[in-house]
Design a protein around this ligand. Structure first.
Ligand SMILES: C[S@@+](CC[C@H](N)C(=O)[O-])C[C@H]1O[C@@H](n2cnc3c(N)ncnc32)[C@H](O)[C@@H]1O
Length: 365
């Protein structure tokens, strides 16, 4: 496990000046060329400009349902909070404001690159946080390493960050050409391309149907298997083309039929399914939901934001079962979702679902 020490970043030698990438035309188009968005501290006007258009500046992430999360989890001065999916640190910064210098924030993420960036930024803000490059399935082990038997708040904001999805090198977006990597944790052995080379047609059909409710699961799996016999599918554009073929669409016919077919891109469900498989997201979530209540102090609060029905079902059932068997003393009756304004300002929040639960205030006998 790597635990970047945010305080050590100040001792690094000054960075060598690197020439920014050149681009044709008046505006940068590629992720890497958007130098102003990658340096919002130098170009603060850029953030407001992009947000007003409903865009997320490259290299950043807009936190979702912040007010609702704070209202339900009530992080208070001096408390210990575990942010299990630190990402850009948007929720973490808000937790830090509430727990103050007497509190402690423990941040987990499996993405070593973004964990280091966020650690550096939080350290610049003067925050003292303890970071762990760890899967949240290992939350109990992290607490043992911290010499803690329980914490006041546990929070997880599942899925991928905007930094990950917007970076074409990650291969997570059907909108960007890049290698089909799809790993959030680069220590994992198997990439999306490896998976597409080896998965059986039957298993892929099942995963597409079960994890993403893909209506054309069978046809997509069959097309992928047909194509890979001739050429390995290693790039995002090849996968997008395979999906369009399977759905008997072209980019043009889809644009024309969008009103009838809905606004979801034809490749969205397949990309989501492959990402979930590559990162073994459902197993990690199940393990986390099982261990988390045992990591809470009496009266401690847990909250999870999920982004698809399979995840939300697991969270809902875990909290409901925990309530029935006495681990939790209460849980959200209704799922909490973003309002119209949040969705307009941050369209990536559209599918978010938030649920919470509170651990028994007295230890179970
Ligand atoms: C939606 S982002 C979190 C954004 C964050 N709340 C913010 O406001 O910036 C999800 C993050 O969780 C991380 N992640 C996904 N699965 C994980 C897991 N099983 N364990 C730990 N981190 C995980 C991803 O690498 C990503 O950085």
């Amino acid at each position: 496990m790597t635990t970047p020490d945010p305080s050590s970043h100040g001792d690094q030698p000054p960075q060598k000046h690197v020439r920014r990438p050149r681009y044709g035309g008046t505006h940068p188009r590629d992720y890497i060329q958007k130098y102003k968005e990658h340096n919002l501290q130098t170009y603060p006007e850029m953030e407001a400009h992009l947000r007003a258009k409903g865009n997320t500046p490259a290299g950043t992430h807009i936190p979702i349902l912040v007010e609702e999360v704070l209202e339900c989890l009530r992080p208070a001065s001096g408390e210990i909070v575990v942010d299990c999916t630190l990402g850009y640190g948007g929720h973490a910064s808000e937790f830090l404001k509430r727990i103050g210098p007497a509190g402690k924030l423990i941040g987990l993420d499996i993405d070593g690159v973004e964990l280091e960036h966020t650690g550096r930024r939080l350290a610049q803000e003067g925050a003292s946080v303890s970071l762990h490059r760890s899967n949240f399935a290992g939350i109990a082990k992290v607490l043992r390493q911290e010499n803690l038997t329980g914490v006041d708040v546990i929070f997880a904001d599942l899925g991928v960050s905007s930094m990950q999805i917007d970076n074409p090198e990650r291969g997570l977006s059907y909108k960007r050409e890049g290698p089909l990597d799809m790993r959030m944790d680069d220590r994992l052995q198997r990439t999306g391309a490896d998976l597409l080379r080896t998965v059986s047609e039957q298993d892929l059909t099942k995963a597409l149907a079960e994890l993403a409710d893909e209506p054309d699961a069978e046809r997509i799996a069959r097309r992928i298997v047909e194509l890979r016999i001739k050429t390995p599918i290693t790039q995002t554009s090849q996968l997008v083309q395979a999906i369009f073929d399977a759905k008997r669409l072209t980019a043009e016919t889809w644009k024309r039929q969008r009103d009838r077919l809905g606004s979801l891109h034809p490749a969205a469900r397949t990309f989501q399914t492959l990402r979930i498989l590559v990162n073994d997201e459902m197993s990690a979530l199940k393990a986390f939901l099982q261990k988390a209540p045992l990591c809470l102090r009496p009266g401690g609060r847990i909250g999870v934001i999920s982004f698809h029905s399979g995840e939300d079902r697991l969270v809902k059932h875990a909290f409901r079962d925990g309530y029935r068997n006495g681990l939790y003393e209460s849980t959200a009756r209704e799922v909490i979702v973003p309002g119209g304004r949040e969705i307009r300002e941050n369209p990536r929040s559209a599918s978010a679902k938030f649920r919470w639960a509170i651990a028994r205030s007295t230890s179970a006998s």
